[in-house]
Design a protein around this ligand. Sequence first.
Ligand code: SF4
Length: 684
Amino acid sequence: MTAPSLLPTVRTTCPYCAVQCNFDLHLENGLPVKVTPTKDCPVARGTVCKKGLAALSDLRHPDRLTHPLLRKNGELVPVGWSEALAYVRGVLGPLVQTRPQAVGVFGSGSLTNEKTYLLGKFARLALKTPHIDYNGRYCMASASTALNRSVGYDRGLGFPLAEMGTSDLILLVGANIAETLPPIMQYLKAAKDRGGVVYAIDPRATTTTKVAGRHLGLRPGTDGVLALGLLHLMKVWGKVRPTAPSHGMLEALAQADAYPPTRVAHECGIPEAELLALARAYAEAHKPLILTGRGAEQHAHGTDTVQAFLNLAFLTGHFGKPGGGYGTLTGQGNGQGGREHGQKNDQLPGARSLRDPRHRVEMAALWGCSEGDLPQPGHSAQNLLNACGGEIEALIVLGSNPVVSAAGAGQITERLKALKHLIVIDFLPSETAQIATLVLPGSMWCEEEGTTTNLEGRVQRRRKAITAPGASREDWRILCDLAAAVGRPQGFTYATFRELQDEFFRATKGGKADYSGLSAERLDRASAQWPVRHADGPDTPYAYAPTYPTADGLATLHLPRLPAVSASSRTLTLTTGRLGNQYQSGTQTRRNAALRAEATAQMHPDTAAEHGLRAGEPVTLRTAHGETTLPVVLTPGLRPDTVFLPFHWPETANLLTDPDTVDPHSHMPAFKATPVTLHPVPVT
Ligand code: SF4
């Protein structure tokens, strides 16, 4: 029998992905030494993945930033906070008085809700710039946009995760959850144990496809065509029964007429028989669930792709069903909350719109300014980065690493280097921090209080277990310091974190993502799914019931506009994605010895042979945007017309992606499909 642990523990949430597993940190001599998953975690139910178990090792990593660093004579050198803030006062102070639109702010989907809120307030009140956006544009923006414009709001899953196990058909579209969100696999298995069927729809056979049991290996970027093909067959087979009256139903159904199975199979690059088998399974299912991930969403037509699946779920009567319908598997640590509370270029807290006069008046009243003081929407993420060094002279980056994660990272890095002032707040020297003019050392996940919201809209407490090391500070205090340094401290003088948190909860009142019934005490008793409108009222486990928060209460089924597919082309397509051991741009996980992984170029053995390549040999991959050289890994489960690169390393995957093309609705770059050529590297 194991003796019970006598070490003090702090219960908190893992920082790495949107599942937000709960675990206990065991402290010894003031530092966490062990992570134990908690069985009563409502999401992961006592499981964690390798990243969660290894999350402690970066806390006191030798690379940890513990002092401000200021660039002098080309070198970043340690300085005190007073010198660092004097630099901010000297360079940003005059700029925000005269040309605030020359300053930009770049945030992150990993920030707590409170920091998300404060960053948006900081940009609009202290800097008075319209140009704030965040790396969520590189994550779940397309699904978020499609949901918002169709049904008026966006909660990744409209029901508790455990309901997934009650679905009788799950379509995972471009979502490798066995590697990216492992605890969710238990719900997939539960569905299968009850007789449900699971399809993985992905150009790659992955760990997820093995568990799913059924794999549809379609051509990258053709997921939307597949959805229209399924809708076509549902119409032919008399399976149309809309979830609720909506705008655009007849047009959406008419559009599907043009997508018969022969065309769809040809464009998707799949056997027609497999398409028909999937369609039959969907037609016969009582509670089918479509879940999209980044594979389907990260395209220049990502919003339209999601729209096509949303239309399918809606027109077949499944949208909004507990355990069924449509959902998106948000990836980043606080990908859901990070997209709700004002760090988007067009958004105010509580998922309000910066364009809505009523919302502007509500926030101005809370912030003690006039509505006219609030800027109008500015650049979205990729456009903001592309404007650096030109229209944008100074950029503040919090918790993001665009040198690795931005599309066309080579071009973006040059834009960032052309800035007069690049101020990076981070806890490890990311590649973006390394080219900064000023680096401010911030706090890691268990060094700060806050709340995060997981992929089912569940708000959870993140608890502080230890103090940030050296001279590093909690991020919320740094933002307040910066506001004071530019001469606008008003509204940024919180005596305690609790003051900020309470203001944040109040600021969401009346918004679609309303957290105003929450408090730290309530969240200590139990997590809660938003909206939570009253302190003594219930939370909302089940969302997406009509009527919808749209102008007339109806949904709108927009017509997906999908690009023509050149199915006969022999062009190779580069697609990018994640590895189970790594997180986003790798700033945290690449340093972690327990999470070793390698940047490689994965390709089908036939593709390698056709190009004279063998396993382990270097290959140069070239696109219109850049090139990189990596060792070959043979991957029989990958389509022969597709090459896969993981994106966690600098100067690899995103050197090859397009910096200039974004989805017209979500402003998501086209990460997942870039024409590429392969070139063996001569042995010298
Ligand atoms: Fe859980 Fe995600 Fe953390 Fe893994 S990375 S422990 S799945 S929250």
